[in-house]
Design a protein around this ligand. Sequence first.
Ligand SMILES: [Zn+2]
Length: 304
Amino acid sequence: MRAQAEKALRRLAAALPGLAAAALLAGAAILLSGPRTVYGNPTGEVPLELPDELGPWRAERVYYCTSNQCARSWLQSQLPGEPASCPECGAPLAGISLGEINLLPDSTPIFRRVYRRAGHPDIMATVVFSGIERRSIHRPQVCLVGQGNRILDEYTRPTRASLADPDATAPLRVLEIAHADLDPATGKAVSQSLGIYAYWLFNPERETVHHLSRFARMMFDNCFRAYRPRWGYASISLGRDPSRPGQWEEELDDFLPRFRPLIDGVRARLDADRAVPTVLEGFSADANVYAGTNAPTSGPSGAR
Ligand SMILES: [Zn+2]
């Protein structure tokens, strides 16, 4: 009898962590299912403009062909007159890629420019913002591989953060990647291009280079503070010349001190919306909208 009771107790003890987790989840589901008010204005306009000039760098817009057969991308300077259709196949052009239009949650704003400078590799700068929907920000480790890249190395690199103070740095997550160049006739890889993909994540209060730490912070702010601002994901990509191994680091250290203030600015302006209330009812994905018109967005209404 006593042995049986002890056995039952032991079983209960073993099951406790699981039961506690289940109760917590059920509690959270009940808490999150009713109408509730969150703060931080996750549906408002993102007050960001990527400028036409950034020191010696000149910006160009990028346009993407919306035919999945063609899927070419074009720089503004390659398109005569008002860019409307693909010079190669005639399909409509969009400000973001077909993958972004289709795969990201609707109403994800995407800011992008290619910055060019004679004698330097082109630098593509992209800033994507999550809203009520948090899936807008993907781990690039997954996306890049899905787009046919191989990740050769990955690490956090302190990168120059200020032109005035050469010792000021901020961490940047760097992925060294290789992309196979395919022969269009045979589909076989004929060569490979090397590149750098670097990023960091931010909200009005914080910056991080770790997706997991963004996730933990997001959960905490959402559950305990009803604070749900947009998170941004700034990424920089450029080609890597194997004959000039250190060049990309010099380019990042030159470009980032000019680019970061744009992000600091948008963080401060988003922070001014900290007290703006948004009432969520039912599934929050329905409430995911973009109030601005200053960037192309994913989904059927976007791609301006
Ligand atoms: Zn095309």
